[in-house]
Ligand binder design. Structure first.
Ligand code: C5P
Length: 415
């Protein structure tokens, strides 16, 4: 596929290099169009070496081949990362005073923008109005996200990670969609979706806790895919190591008790996904003061108490919605892994269970993963790849299940 990567002049311009490399490695023909100010942040040789194509910001270079329109006409996809406030404004108003402007105006390809700017700029009514205009015209925005900004500050406005931008962009176009997960746009339009993500922590004393290695990456990817499929999404995040995506409600929790309370309050959503790694046990008596070697002795013991199974509670109440669980298991043997998944689905009473294998070196953080989605009849979907594309496949399986339910209950209001 022929992909134009536009770069505008923000500090995040250096991250465009990662997106270009990922696209080239995936076999795409990448043409980079920086703005003049982008070239003050990242050098032309870097862009030419990574894209393996000549790079210019000049409308008046290579005029004989009518480059200022040819690039856009021939593109299958245009991604601009970062998209600065200035570039958003120019695009919203159709300005064509540089090669990036003419390229975009001369193209009918899907346009994906990854805004990056400081929070104050992002929140300006002028910027938001430009964003609204672009979105109403069918432009896709990926991010920005909340996180660390250029200085010591942090907040909304950080560019989405290059990999997330590339994955979302490829999913928009044919071919890319089949490799990257297909979560149909609009497949969850009008639905409410609640996703728990991360790992709960159980305090031992004011400074220590019992926790687990979940980063929240998988659950956050599921929430993002649900958002992209048109749902109104609430993410209940337990100690997330990954940024909260834009466009989703976020409820932050720490302990299992807090997670249980948050999920119960949201239990009537059309789809409830329990992707969080929930501590099965909490510390029976949390110490008011810090435990010391003097007070705890040489062979301390911790008395634990069983936590409620939130998924089972959500699944076994009287309901008409869809409840989805996750199971991360360590069985090396495939048949045994599947059997555990089936038993867990039945025991918890969920409609779907997303089953994956984890180990000391498998499954956690920003890694590739492989999952199978089970229902009471067996495997209904399988997916492998990075968590963003796997999440889209999970959302596809959920959307298919909802659609089947609607077909078998035609008189009921769509859920
Ligand atoms: O039993 P196990 O922890 O393997 O089950 C995993 C599934 O159950 C996940 O969906 C997880 O979010 C959920 N769970 C829960 N409450 C617990 C333990 C797990 O909701 N106390």
């Amino acid at each position: 596929m022929r992909v134009v990567v536009g770069i505008s002049g923000g500090i995040a311009a250096y991250k465009a290099a990662l997106a270009i490399r990922e696209l080239v490695q995936a076999g795409h023909d990448v043409h980079v169009v920086p703005t003049a100010s982008a070239l003050r942040f990242i050098g032309r040789p870097t862009l030419e070496a990574l894209s393996r194509n000549p790079v210019t910001d000049e409308v008046f270079d290579d005029v004989a081949s009518v480059r200022h329109v040819a690039l856009g006409q021939q593109a299958d996809l245009i991604i601009v990362l970062p998209a600065t406030a200035n570039t958003l404004a120019k695009l919203a108003h159709g300005l064509a005073d540089d090669l990036l402007g003419t390229t975009i105006l001369a193209s009918r390809a899907p346009l994906v923008l990854a805004p990056a700017m400081h929070t104050e700029m992002w929140e300006q009514p002028a910027v938001q109005a430009n964003v609204a205009t672009l979105v109403s015209r069918g432009v896709t925005l990926v991010g920005p996200v909340a996180g660390q900004l250029t200085g010591a500050d942090s907040g909304m406005g950080r560019m989405a990670e290059p990999h997330e931008v590339v994955s979302a962009a490829l999913a928009l176009v044919d071919g890319g969609a089949s490799q990257q997960g297909t979560a149909a746009r609009g497949a969850l339009a009008g639905r409410t979706v609640v996703v728990s993500a991360g790992g709960t922590r159980e305090p031992i004393d004011p400074v220590r806790f019992l926790g687990n290695r979940s980063s929240g990456a998988m659950g956050v990817a599921v929430a993002t895919a649900a958002r992209d499929a048109g749902a109104a999404v609430t993410l209940v995040g337990a100690n997330l190591d990954v940024p909260v995506p834009t466009g989703v409600e976020h409820v932050s929790v720490e302990t299992t008790a807090q997670l249980a309370q948050a999920m119960q309050a949201l239990a009537d959503a059309d789809v409830v996904v329990m992707a969080a790694a929930v501590a099965d046990y909490r510390v029976d008596e949390v110490s008011a003061g810090k435990r010391t070697k003097e007070s705890w002795g040489e062979t301390p013991t911790l008395q634990l108490a069983l936590n409620p199974d939130i998924l089972a509670q959500l699944a076994q109440r009287e309901r008409t919605n869809l409840v989805v669980g996750f199971a991360a298991e360590t069985e090396a043997d495939d048949a045994a892994l599947l059997e555990r998944g089936r038993a867990k689905l039945a025991r918890k009473g969920a409609d779907l269970l997303v089953l994956n294998r984890v180990g000391h070196t498998e499954g956690f953080g920003d890694v590739r993963t492989a999952v199978r989605v089970l229902d009471a009849s067996g495997i209904v979907a399988e997916s492998r790849g990075d968590k963003v594309s796997v999440a889209r496949d999970i959302i596809d399986a959920i959307a298919a299940r909802l659609a089947a339910h609607d077909r078998s209950n035609p008189t009921e209001e769509p859920r």
